[in-house]
Design a protein around this ligand. Sequence first.
Ligand SMILES: *Cc1c(COP(=O)(O)O)cnc(C)c1O
Length: 224
Amino acid sequence: MSPVAEALKTVAATLPAGVELVAVSKFHPAEAIAEAYSAGQRIFGESRVQELSAKIPALPADIRWHFIGHLQTNKVRKLLEAGPIALIESVDSERVLDAIDAESARLGITSRVLMQVHVAAEETKFGFTPEEIEAYFRDRRFESLRATHICGLMGMATNTDDTARIAADFKAIADLRKQILAIAPDLRGFDTLSMGMSDDYPLAIEAGSNLVRVGTAIFGARAY
Ligand SMILES: *Cc1c(COP(=O)(O)O)cnc(C)c1O
C-alpha cells in the first residue's frame, strides 16, 4: 500500500458514521490524488482556482471536488467553468455569494455552498462574523438566490494548542447553525457543518462536525 493510501486508511478509521472526509490535496500533485482515489477516497479539497482547473481534467470524473480557499469575485466564473464543483465551502462574503449565484444561473447549474464563519482569534482568517450570518438569515436574503443552495457552515478554530479554546470555537460554529435554524425554521438542507483539520478534527467531531477537511495527515507536509 502506498504511504498516502496507508495514511488515508488510518484517518478514515477514526471517523464515526455520518462524518464525511474531504482529502485536502492542495499543493500535492495529481499522482498523490490518484493514490488516494485508488484507496477509495472520492472527495478532494482544493484552495486555488488555477490548480483545481488543471487537476480536474487529469483525474477521474467521479471525484467530488470541494473548493476550500479564499475565492475572489473575479475568479468565480473560472471556478465554475473548470468543471463540476460539488461544494464551495469557503464563501466568505455576500459579494462572492451573489457572484456565484449569477454565474451559476448563467451556466444553468445549481451551486451548493457553505458560508465560512470567522470565530478564530486570528485576524487574517476570512469569513463572515456570526452576527453577519444571523442578519443574513433574519433578513431572509437567501430568498433572492436563484441558482445557489446554502448547505451549511464551514469554519476554523483558533490556531493554538489550547484545546479548550479550540473546542469553544467549534461549539460556537455548531451553535450558530442551530441559531440560524431557529431564525429560519423553514430552511431546508442546511445540514453541513464543515469543521476540523489534521490537528483538530477529533475535537471538531465531538462538537458536531459532519465534514472534516484533512490534508497533512493524509498527504504529508505541503511544499508551498
Ligand atoms: C489547507 C486547509 C485544510 C487542511 O489542513 P491540514 O492541516 O493540512 O489538514 C483544511 N481546511 C482549509 C480551509 C484549508 O485551507
